[in-house]
Design a protein around this ligand. Sequence first.
Ligand code: TYM
Length: 332
Amino acid sequence: RPRVLSGIQPTAESFHLGNFLGAVRQWVDMQETHDAFYFIADLHAITVNPSAADLRRRTRVSAAQLFGAGLDPERSTLFVQSQVREHSELAWILMCNTGMGEAARMTQFKDKSAKYGESSAGVGLFTYPILQAADILMYQADFVPVGADQKQHLELTRDLAQRFNSRYGQTFNLPAPFIPKEVEKITDLQDPLAKMSKSSSSPQGLLEVLEEPGPLRKKVMRAVTDTGSEVVADPENKPGVTNLLRIQSVLSGTPIPELEARYAGLGYGAFKKDVAEVVVEAFAPIRERTEKLLADEAELDRLLAVGAARASAVARETMEAVRDRVGFLPKL
Ligand code: TYM
């Protein structure tokens, strides 16, 4: 079985529709056909210094949501990144094999640091993609299911793997991104050219997995649509309608042309009502299961410990080879 690996940050109480379609759904599907490793990227989350209480809470809510969305602890290995210490160690070694210019080209750093001003942004924000490369290479992953915003980080990962392999000898497998076209970028409901994200312009643009049906429906009904009244996919001229069509198509398993035919002559109102329903139907059961899982924190922590133990076994093996190749003395 090919191996798949991916991670998600615990940066908000709830995942949003972008994470859900761009990543979580793929994770759940791929556990059937792949040797699956998934983790909650709490080391990445501290680049923006959340409080300890927030981080703990969000890490658990993230885990509960992933299990709630259908990750099966028997079939997938789900773990918390900081519980596998090797991630930080490999990140350091890779940092020593990354050029300043190469790291400075990462556009996510430019976007994120703009908020703080480049000189007061933490160094962790700068080296973030190198930690991500360590996450991926540690497990010798074949495929990494992500949204389009992570493409550049995957390219850096491949470059670092190739460089390490040629400097120190064949050590890392070269991973490929797995980015399904129709969900590579789910956009903000209020700003249909920008990706949906936790740092979106307004909460009205964001659909959250753990939200109640009422607010979810309201947000979809108020989504920015485009001039005209036809429900047709046209990313250039109708980015708002196109985003909603993609969402409905993926969540209902109906091809876009079929949806276009269904709403011909009906206008935006009827269409949006149905989009709202498929979103509510997808999220409501996940919310219920998440709440149940959160009610028993000890059991949740136990499931994560099982995941961490399985992940650690792979990480230990990779790091033994890496330390030896680099020239570190064995610890007797
Ligand atoms: P994060 O936590 O920002 O997002 C998690 C996943 O959701 C995808 N995504 C989207 N997909 C489509 N449309 C959107 N609007 C949208 N918003 C988010 C992201 O592409 C991602 O797949 N750096 C990563 C976490 C990470 C990681 C890794 C991922 C750390 N180490 C190793 C893969 C492999 C991040 O911040 O994702």
